[in-house]
Ligand binder design. Structure first.
Ligand SMILES: O=C(O)C1=C[C@@H](OP(=O)(O)O)[C@@H](O)[C@H](O)C1
Ligand SMILES: C=C(OP(=O)(O)O)C(=O)O
Length: 478
């Protein structure tokens, strides 16, 4: 770790350890009384201005692909080996749930080995499935359970407990599953899967890969053909990977729609899976290098599936220097090494049609826009209000506190950039991350391009998707 990043603590520091205990503070195992703030101090942290980012780095495995590797491996008969799995809390929540339903999932050296139970073979979990902070785990597992004749209860942390589950309850009910959810269709909820379940044709009312995947996963153990119609394409990892595991799945384009059909009562074959680096995690280092003077960095092995690569296109339109080196395929997904150099960014109107291909990257795009020359306008982003936090309001508040010029609209933010001048940073009050890893990491990056640094109230949510973020940032910045 270089001397100029003394403000950044490593992930094995006491702050990071506290982070993990802190989440459990919501429901302390060892104490009958509710925890007080004193028992559970938040691991706050000030991210200081940084010199150039240089060197070659790798970010952890893709979160979406990691969840699916575990789920599909757990449904194949035989041993699936997964290399490059993300070991963040969200993926570990999926692993714990699949173990509770009968799969064996173990780490051997650098590799994860999964012994599956076969499609149709999931066991009824004995205990409540605690999904922590993870929307993907919850919605995809609801789909899997819907096609099995078992029941399960789902809980989650304070953030997940506010997120809408009606969007999966609706199609899965049509397939025969039944639900008892909290008011507003939220967690905690109890569900009973159906056996046999009923194949449906479902047109997605919202651009969501989680809803698409939930219906396809329910379709895996449903007799006949289950069809999902997608008017707006979203990440297609489920389709690619289900095919790779041997499911009969076809995608047809018709009149601007994608029509995805899966034949049920499938038999999945175990695989040797390799998970590419997560473009959503690489995004923080891409923006960090673009806004920090003198930076020149290579991020190796970044997944560049076209349904995920929207941020790179938008940053290039803003004048960002991002080069693909050595494009290749890893685990059935396009990847490349990305060379990113500091660039003078200019504000643009972001085409809302690109939103699904960068849905998790808007918080960090807002940081880039805050340092660009001129105005960046975003629209069509209502979905950001139902992520781990309301990401439009959380980022508008956080960036304003750090000195950026931001106007919040119903469906997006309008940001007047500083033309490269550093943001003031935060003084007496830290930014609030609302249990949202992407808000925490985005504002950490804003700290690099600030005068006084940016203080984050709670760094613990970073563990959900990018456990070594703090140490990688410290190692990369001069
Ligand atoms: O299918 C997935 O793996 C994901 C889909 C997206 O959610 P939505 O389906 O709610 O858009 C994304 O935000 C999430 O991080 C991961
Ligand atoms: C929205 C996200 O994840 P999830 O929906 O799985 O909680 C995310 O990682 O930004």
């Amino acid at each position: 770790m270089g001397p100029k990043v003394s403000g950044i603590k490593r992930s094995n520091s006491s702050a990071a350890r506290l982070a993990r205990t802190d989440k459990r503070c919501q429901r302390p195992a060892s104490s009958k009384s509710a925890p007080t703030l004193k028992d559970c101090p938040l691991p706050s942290h000030r991210f200081l201005p940084s010199g150039p980012l240089t060197g070659r780095i790798r970010v952890p495995g893709d979160k979406s692909i990691s969840h699916r590797s575990i789920m599909f491996g757990a449904l194949a008969v035989g041993e699936t080996c997964v290399a490059g799995l993300l070991e963040g809390e969200d993926v570990m929540a999926t692993a714990a749930a699949m173990r509770a339903m009968g799969a064996t999932i173990e780490k051997h050296g650098e590799e994860w080995r999964i012994h599956g139970v076969g499609v149709g073979g999931l066991l009824q979990p004995e205990n409540t499935l605690d999904m922590g902070n993870s929307g993907t785990s919850t919605r995809l597992l609801m789909g899997l359970i819907a096609g099995h004749g078992i029941s399960a209860t789902f809980t989650g942390d304070a953030s997940l407990s506010k997120r809408p589950m009606g969007r999966v309850i609706e199609p899965l009910s049509q397939m025969g599953a039944s639900f008892e959810a909290s008011p507003g269709g939220t967690l905690p909820l109890m569900m009973q899967g159906a056996h046999p379940s009923v194949p449906i044709e479902y047109r997605l009312p919202v651009a969501s890969a989680q809803v698409k995947s939930a219906v396809l996963l329910a379709g895996l153990n449903t007799p006949g053909i289950t069809t999902v119609i997608e008017p707006v394409p979203t990440r297609d990892h489920s389709e690619r990977m289900l095919r790779g595991f041997g499911a009969e799945l076809e995608v047809e384009e018709a009149g601007g729609d994608q029509i995805i059909r899966i034949r049920g009562e499938a038999e999945l074959q175990p695989q040797e899976a390799v998970v590419p680096g997560d473009p959503s995690s690489a995004a923080f280092f891409i923006v960090a290098a673009l806004i920090t003077e003198g930076s020149d960095i290579v991020i190796e092995n970044v997944g560049l599936n076209p349904t995920r690569a929207g941020l790179i296109e938008v940053l290039q339109q803003m004048g960002g220097h991002i080069e693909d080196l050595d494009p290749r395929e890893v685990g059935g997904e396009p990847v490349a090494d990305l060379r990113v150099k500091h660039s003078q960014l200019k504000g643009i109107d972001v085409d809302p049609a690109i939103a699904p291909a960068m849905i998790d990257e808007f918080p960090v795009l807002f940081v880039a826009a805050s340092l660009a020359k001129g105005t960046t306008t975003t629209s069509g982003l209502e979905e950001l209000r139902v992520k781990e936090s309301d990401r439009l309001s959380a980022m508008a508040d956080a960036l304003t506190l750090a000195g950026a010029n931001v106007t919040e609209r119903e469906d997006g933010l309008v940001i007047e950039g500083t033309d490269g001048a550093p943001l003031a940073g935060t003084s007496d009050k830290p930014v609030t991350t609302h249990l949202d890893h992407r808000i925490a990491m985005s504002m950490a990056i804003a700290g690099l391009a600030s005068k006084d640094g940016v203080e984050i109230d709670d760094t613990s949510p970073i563990q959900t998707s990018f456990p070594n973020f703090m140490s990688l940032l410290a190692d990369t910045s001069a």
